[in-house]
Ligand binder design. Structure first.
Ligand code: FAD
Length: 533
């Protein structure tokens, strides 16, 4: 018999995640955690089952069906099996609904974050439409347009799979996804006052969703972002036909291959203004806070999934007379990845915490505008670098498609592109820093630092803050990325130090402290670096 290498086995993702469980024990009141825990354990079981299905379903991709058998233009998109199964799971478990039900006040966002953390790596990126659905619900609620709120929000936040709707966000055009002010899609008013959209949307990921929020320029409005308005569209008419759009094609992408990202032509699509007939980019702000937080959560979850598989594999793979989990250098590589994964996890969950506090009427909006972009850009870069390194832990098997492992890296790569590239978000972070002021950021981090213990990380945080503040005094755009990554990593170290202190004091657990020390050794001050992870 030739040698057969046992495949890595995924453990139950909730039970096997001490970082998640320790964080929840520290952050949640005991009775809240007791209430949430059954749903987390259940999602761990579901994630295990979906992981197996994802491997089986690996070669399936969504399909654009332009015509029905009789030649009628239908522009339907057929989804993959896992996506069809993921939707009722996501709806019934409240992946979008939970923060709107607010059963646990500000902690509801934490509950949702923990479910997303478990669900995402097994979902073939079904979290993309879920994130936009969550963002659309928040955007409509913030708009105050009661007619649209009544019509759409109960569906977007429904736990009933038969009523549940996902939503797209159609912003990017071929002229630019970062500079959406260049958008050319036009909104024209019919004589009866109804609005219709005309133009081409270049990346629309929830192309199969029943509704979308769309940026378009009302005819006669000035150029630039301020001239755009936000519109609500339902993608299907009452008879099921497309509402004034055609799908030109689905994009052939590096990753997120189960996600149907379409190029659309809008040719008289009936639309309703969400609010004012200008300033649409600003009206989208609640969407972006939410999708960027989901982005950070999914980045951290991919690192955790890769580490779970790599750890398991290390116990099964022999080289030079011992399994990898007995080889100090391999263990050191895993420890470095663990530190980055825990740092990303801390920052992603901090973003969810901040979002939950904002929804409960607490927190400082100016600071939130800085922290959420920092969380998104920092964790996305960590996920890309970390998932690349994680594939190497499997040697050649990590490069072979039917192990399912390469999808980790391919799906991580998009996280630093959509919802704002690293550089674009770094510039946004600078703008946000001008709004809240450096002292507010420093104060936020000081409040996280433990009063005692963790001297090394605490000193490193303060030293990085001093350097960043000095840089900020003469800030120039060319350094924005190095500055933003320094802020993001410094915040991560402060969060790790807080967790480390708590775990040592309350649970005599030294693991978080080891990760904090290791992360500190990786460096948080990137002002002098190339800014490239
Ligand atoms: C898989 C996938 C799905 C997507 N789904 C959607 C969707 O559903 N809806 C949607 O609206 N969009 C979607 N997008 C689009 C995505 O949001 C954009 O691709 C992204 O915002 C970048 O825009 P762009 O592609 O036009 O690149 P550009 O904006 O042209 O950026 C090119 C480069 O220029 C840099 N750059 C731009 N401006 C500056 C600056 N001022 N200073 C320094 N550097 C700068 C960027 O950082 C980047 O490196 C999706 C993209 C992908 C890959």
């Amino acid at each position: 018999m030739p040698f057969l290498q046992p495949a890595p086995q995924l453990p139950q993702p909730y039970r096997a995640d001490p970082a998640l469980r320790g964080w929840l024990r520290r952050a949640l009141p005991r009775e809240v955690l007791a209430e949430l825990e059954p749903s987390l354990a259940e999602m761990g079981d579901l994630a295990l089952a979906l992981h197996a299905l994802s491997l089986e379903d690996r070669c399936q991709e969504p399909r654009h069906v332009p015509f029905d058998p009789w030649g009628n233009r239908v522009d339907r998109i057929e989804l993959t099996r896992l996506w069809r199964e993921a939707e009722p799971i996501a709806a019934s478990r409240g992946l979008v609904a939970i923060p709107y039900e607010r059963r646990h006040g500000a902690y509801s966002r934490i509950h949702q974050a923990a479910l997303v953390h478990l669900f995402h790596p097994s979902s073939d990126v079904y979290t993309c439409p879920l994130a936009m659905t969550d963002g659309a619900a928040a955007t409509l609620l913030a708009s105050g347009n009661q007619a649209l709120v009544r019509c759409a929000v109960p569906r977007l936040t429904s736990r009933d799979p038969a009523r549940f709707w996902t939503s797209g966000q159609w912003m990017t055009e071929s002229t630019g996804g970062s500079d959406v002010g260049l958008s050319t899609t036009e909104a024209r008013q019919d004589p009866d006052g109804a609005w219709r959209l005309y133009g081409r949307k270049w990346f629309t990921s929830a192309a199969a969703a029943p509704m979308a929020l769309v940026l378009a320029r009302p005819r006669g409005n000035p150029p630039g972002g301020k001239g755009l308005a936000l519109f609500y569209v339902e993608t299907r008419q009452a008879d099921g036909s497309a509402n004034g759009f055609t799908v030109n094609r689905l994009k052939d992408k590096l990753g997120t291959r189960k996600l149907p990202t379409a190029e659309l032509d809008l040719d008289g699509m009936a639309a309703t203004p969400v609010g004012a007939l200008a300033d649409g980019v600003r009206a989208m702000a609640p969407m972006l806070d939410i999708t960027r937080t989901w982005n950070a959560l999914t980045a951290a979850s991919l690192l955790r999934r890769g580490l779970m598989l790599a750890r398991d594999y290390a116990g099964r793979r022999f080289a030079f007379g011992a399994t990898l989990d007995r080889q100090p250098l391999h263990l050191d590589t895993l420890a470095g990845l663990e530190a980055e994964a825990q740092a990303a996890f801390q920052l992603a969950f901090h973003a969810a915490e901040i979002l939950g506090q904002a929804e409960a009427g607490a927190g400082e909006p100016a600071l939130r505008r800085l922290l959420i972009p920092l969380a998104k850009l920092t964790t996305a870069r960590q996920a890309v670098a970390g998932c690349s390194e994680l594939l190497e832990c499997f040697g050649g098997a990590g490069y072979v498609e039917d192990t399912g492992l390469p999808a980790l890296l391919r799906d991580a790569q998009v996280l630093s592109i959509w919802e704002g590239t690293t550089d674009v978000l770094s510039l946004e972070a600078m703008k946000a820093m001008a709004g809240c002021g450096f002292p507010a950021f420093r104060c936020h981090l000081e409040a996280l630092l433990p009063g005692e213990g963790q001297a090394g990380p605490v000193q490193a945080v303060r030293a990085a803050l001093d350097r960043a503040e000095a840089w900020w005094a003469g800030a120039e755009p060319a350094g924005a990325r190095r500055f933003a990554l320094t802020l993001g990593r410094t915040l991560e170290l402060a969060l790790l130090a807080r967790q480390a202190r708590w775990a040592l004091e309350r649970e005599q657990d030294g693991d978080p402290a080891r990760s904090a020390a290791r992360f500190q050794a990786h460096g948080v001050d990137w002002l002098g670096s190339g800014g490239i992870l």
